[in-house]
Structure formats: structure tokens, C-alpha cells
Ligand binder design. Sequence first.
Ligand SMILES: [Zn+2]
Length: 316
Amino acid sequence: MAAASEWKAAVSYDPLTGTGHILRGGDLVRFKKDYPVFSLGSGRPLRSAAVRDSGGRLQMPLDTERAIARWFAERDAERASRFSVAAIIIDPGHGGKDSGAIGEFGSGKDRLRVLEKDVSLAIGKDLYARLQAAWPDKRILITRSGDTYPSLDARVDMANDVQLGLNEAIIYVSVHANASFNKSASGFEVWYLNPEYRRTVVDDKKAEGVDKSVLPILNAMLEEEYTTESVFLAKSILGGLKAKIGDASVDRGLRAEEWFVVRNAKMPSVLVEVGFVTNEAEARKLSDPGHLRKLGDGIYNGIIDFVEYFEHRKGL
Ligand SMILES: [Zn+2]
């Protein structure tokens, strides 16, 4: 692996799992010992002779070294044209027949009824308008703009149907409100995909010419990439919310789960829970347009931070 130092790349290898990566700038090559397929960048497969582990010394066949060097050269050329987040999908949770969580309190003039679908729509539409104004060049999409119920499949399909160029990425932000039997639970949190969860992210088109048996391993590699981006996106949004909301609500932090909407989106994706409709004090805030604007503002700032980070670092 003298090649790595020639490339000024860092090699990391875990002898326990036999997996490792070569990182050069933002360009990542993942490999598995004795496995003749490499994952380049966001999961482009490279079929070439495998890396061998001969008593703790990693050896890469010359042909493979050349192929990887060629890819690094390609990446350098691509870098001339800047990476960008070309599309952002905002997904207001629930809608129509599906109210989502419901909070009901008080009586008479103090009576309050808050539906999650209304909270998510108000924030989603606000976000959508702001993002469109900020980035007329990007494709900003919203899964619903009224009190309708697109199925979860339809939402994810909408995201996955967006055509992207070589250096373009798409991000997916789902907005929800929370509920708990514990009436004192309150606060906002941001979820990202649980790295433990296996999903199919390499589609057949992308994997043309690749042995079907290698798809699971490519998927696992690529999935890690999406997760990394999702964690950054989730952290940025949480930071944006914290800055805007301050003490008005509790920061419950980052969470990882297997949400359907997040799981099936082949892109960095997060789910924001903006507060609990089952907590009376918070439900009152969630029915206050001023508070909803602040939440939208916080998520918006988080997205801006992420996009800036992403577009100056590397593409998908
Ligand atoms: Zn929900």
C-alpha cells in the first residue's frame, strides 16, 4: 500500500471485519479483504483484483492500484465543476384522513385542539417558501401543500424520481410533531437513519454489469455514506432549532430510528419532531404562528448550514 502514501491518502483497515477504506481528500474508496469489488465514492462499484492481507500487511494488485488512480484523477477533473445540493424535498407529515398526533385541552374559550398534520403543514409550507426564495436555482419540492394524504410510498417515490446530474445531490426533510402518554414530555428532536438498518440503495440501473451477489455489500457501503450525510444534516437542523427556539422548548437531541419515510429515501434524509402536541404548554406554542415561524426558521437555517458544508466539502 505504498501507493496510498504516493496518493497522499489515508488508509484505515479493521482486521477484525477485513474492511477498510482509502481516503484522499473527500474521495473515499472502500474495500473488503479478498473481495474483488471496491466501492468508489458514493458507491460506484469497481470490479478489480482484491486487496490481500498478508500477515498484517495490506497488498493491492497493480491493476487495482491503476484503476483507483484513474478514478482519483477523474474525481480531480470533476471537482472543477462544483458539487451541489440540486434538490430539497420538504415533507409535511400526515395530512387529510391522517391527522397524526392530536392534542386536546381545556374547555370553553380555553379549549385547544392541535393536530399534527396542521403543525407539519404550516412549518413545511413556510420552509418551502423560504427555500424557494433563497435558492431559485435549486429544485425545491413539497410532498403536499394542502390537507391531503399522499401515501408514504408516493412521498418517497417523489423524492426518488428526481433526476440528478453527476455532481448533484438531493436531501429529504420530513416534518412531524410528537405525542406521548407522558403529558409532561416536551421538546424537539431530529431523527436520522439508524446505521444498523439495511436497505437497498443501489438500484439495478446503477449496478449494471455487476454480479448480483455483490449488491448487498455495495449497499452496506453506500448506506454508510447516506447515514454520514444524514447525521450531518440532522445535526445542522438541531443546531438551527436550538439557536432559534432557545429556552422556549427542550432540545431532546439527535435520534436514530427506522422511520419508513427516512428509510426508503435514497438520499440524506431526516425527520424533525418539532414538539409534543400532548403537552399542554407546548401544544399552545404549536398553535401559535409566531412559534411555528421560529421552528421553520431554525430548520431553514440548519438546511442552509448543511448545504454550505456539503457544497464546499464534496458531493454524493
Ligand atoms: Zn408524525
